[in-house]
Design a protein around this ligand. Structure first.
Ligand code: NAD
Length: 254
């Protein structure tokens, strides 16, 4: 971990009027939820391009629900990790204005973050494709697939599949945050899924600094990011938070 870059990031956060975090699957890997890129069981078994498209769901909901049931049991057991908690602490300290997340796992809210823009929906709800009625996922038995509504319509998790549009409210709110922020932390995303990957570009075009936190470089690193903190999101965000807490203590004691 590069301690100079940690300090530089902590200072940039404290000096910026509006800070936004854009998070992806990488932030939840340390909570036990595999991302799409790493070598991990679930996505070796189910190719996301075969199972996570709306066409696949509509054509064969039972087949896609086999994957969703397995993913749901992993997500349902997952708890926030120090990276989620560091972001919620920064929000409480009034140093972070919003989290825009591509994740559907509800872990930002579970860690206490209040201003969370869910770009790809949330797995904790199911919606009926026929009458639009909404259910809590935990209340719906999954012995027989696909689960059905009282009206007999097929239930679908309230998440955005590949090939579906982004919920309008979330899309507009995320674009506004991207335009208004002075600093965007881009954490644990490969930045290849559109239109989420446009948000750092929008922020950069509006004059914001872009700081990536990732195990490896992404397609943003060379052209859009000002710098990258390489390493695990939980270690890096904790280190940034500690640096900020120390700096604030020094300022108070002066
Ligand atoms: P991705 O799987 O394409 O990329 C994950 C990125 O995180 C990679 O760049 C990887 O290097 C990085 N990463 C992995 N572990 C990390 C760690 N411990 N610390 C820091 N970085 C780490 O994820 P994406 O860009 O979010 O796109 C995948 C899509 O799939 C998203 O739309 C998302 O909705 C969905 N998805 C969500 C979840 C979830 O809700 N937890 C899980 C898998 C996929």
């Amino acid at each position: 971990m590069d301690s100079q870059l940690i300090k530089k990031t902590a200072q940039a956060i404290m000096a910026s009027q509006r800070v936004v975090a854009l998070t992806g699957a990488g932030i939840s890997v340390e909570s036990g939820i595999p991302d799409f890129r790493g070598p991990a069981g679930l996505w070796e078994k189910y190719d996301p391009m075969e199972y996570a498209t709306i066409d696949a769901f509509l054509e064969n909901p039972q087949k896609v629900w086999m994957m969703l049931r397995e993913m749901g049991s992993i997500v349902g057991k997952a708890k926030p990790n120090p990276a989620h908690y560091a972001l919620s602490k920064l929000e409480k300290m009034k140093l972070l204005n919003a989290v825009i997340t591509q994740n559907i796992d509800n872990l930002h809210q579970a860690s206490g973050s209040k201003c969370v823009i869910e770009f790809h929906g949330n797995n904790s709800k199911l919606v009926c494709l026929k009458c639009n009625r909404s259910y809590e996922s935990r209340d719906v038995p999954l012995e027989t697939l696909p689960p059905r509504c009282q009206c007999s319509g097929v239930l679908k998790p309230d998440v955005v599949f590949f090939g579906e549009g982004i919920p309008l409210d979330a899309h507009l709110a995320a674009q506004e945050e991207a335009r208004k922020c002075n600093l965007m932390l881009v954490i644990g995303t490969s930045a290849v899924v559109s239109p989420a990957c446009d948000l750092p570009v929008i922020a950069k075009g509006s004059g914001a600094k872009i700081v990536e936190v990732n195990l490896e470089e992404t397609q943003l690193t060379r052209h859009t990011s000002d710098w990258i903190l390489k390493g695990s999101a939980s270690r890096i965000l904790q280190a940034i938070l500690e640096e900020i807490v120390e700096d604030e203590a020094k300022i108070r004691s002066r």
